[in-house]
Design a protein around this ligand. Structure first.
Ligand code: AMP
Length: 281
């Protein structure tokens, strides 16, 4: 497995692969791998001749008071894990390589970026869309893999790919969870033991919501209020949002008469966690 840091090196490698008629799979990440990341790489390995994983903590998607500086990083550990699942190349550029002096171009996926995490993290999805487009332009993938854990991000990238006529198939991948149900995330390492236990409230709240639907709740407002009450029983939890949205448009819904995505963002101590499920109506 190679680890490349520059655009030049990537261009050479990708051009050679293209000339050889190889298909390319891209898995964009911020590193500090867990089994969720590896599941995306394994799928990419099955589907493509060349698997490229980008490891880039993207400064443009962090707000000024967010954890860009402290975001966990461990390239040696990441390289070992990526190699163990058959990744061919890690692309690990510096911020200067991606955003040289004078950099001025950003992608705004309107509407899809406004609600949910977009409301509490202004500019976040502008940074996400921009870096994903850049990474896809650099690596020229046939397929790019995104986890449904970051459901809004998946929709933003799919919308961008459709709107800008990108020749790439966006492949959604299911949420990978710890045995007790906590969605895997690099940020879970911030949790102390008490917070780690408290974090289970997210998954439990999603299950509770499905039970409410099964019992006949059809008002999205009622569902939201009862899920908020449920999460509030956990003293370490502070809710950012609980929303039931249309799975395709991400618009808030009023009546649960078709499948919906229930999306949560909850702070456990100082750590903001997100999770979601597709509610079966
Ligand atoms: P990140 O490094 O957190 O930016 O994530 C890189 C990719 O892995 C994104 O497409 C995420 O949605 C995906 N991902 C992160 N956590 C999980 C998980 N628990 N299950 C599935 N995919 C995930």
């Amino acid at each position: 497995m190679q680890i490349l840091h520059t655009l030049d090196e990537m261009h050479k490698l990708v051009s050679a692969a293209r000339r050889g008629g190889k298909s390319i799979g891209l898995v964009p990440t911020m590193g500090f791998f867990h089994a969720g990341h590896l599941s995306l790489m394994q799928q990419a390995r099955k589907d493509n001749d060349l698997v490229v994983v980008s490891v880039f903590v993207n400064p443009t998607q962090f707000g000024p008071s967010e954890d860009f500086k402290t975001y966990p990083r461990d390239m040696d550990h990441d390289a070992r894990l990526a190699e163990s699942v058959g990744v061919d190349v890690i692309f690990n550029p510096s911020p200067e390589e991606m955003y040289p002096e004078g950099y001025s171009t950003y992608v705004e996926v309107e509407r899809f970026s406004k609600g949910l995490c977009g409301a509490s993290r202004p500019g976040h999805f502008r940074g996400v869309a921009t870096v994903c487009l850049k990474l896809m332009n650099i690596t020229g993938p046939d397929r790019a893999y995104f986890g449904m854990k970051d459901y809004q991000q998946l929709r933003v990238v799919q919308r961008m790919a459709a709107d800008l006529n990108l020749c790439v198939q966006i492949v959604p991948m299911p949420i990978f969870r710890e045995p007790d149900g906590l969605a895997m995330s690099s940020r879970n390492t911030y949790l102390n033991p008490a917070e780690r236990r408290a974090a289970l409230i997210l998954k439990k709240a999603l299950e509770y919501a499905q039970r409410l639907i099964d019992e006949g709740v059809t008002s999205a407002d009622e569902l939201r209020i009862r899920v908020v009450e449920f999460i509030s029983t956990e003293p370490l939890a502070q809710i950012d949002y609980v929303e039931a949205v249309d799975p395709d448009t991400l618009d808030c819904i009023k009546t649960l008469d078709h499948n919906a995505v229930l999306a949560l963002a909850v702070k456990i101590g100082n750590t903001r966690l997100i999770d979601n499920t597709i509610l079966k109506v």
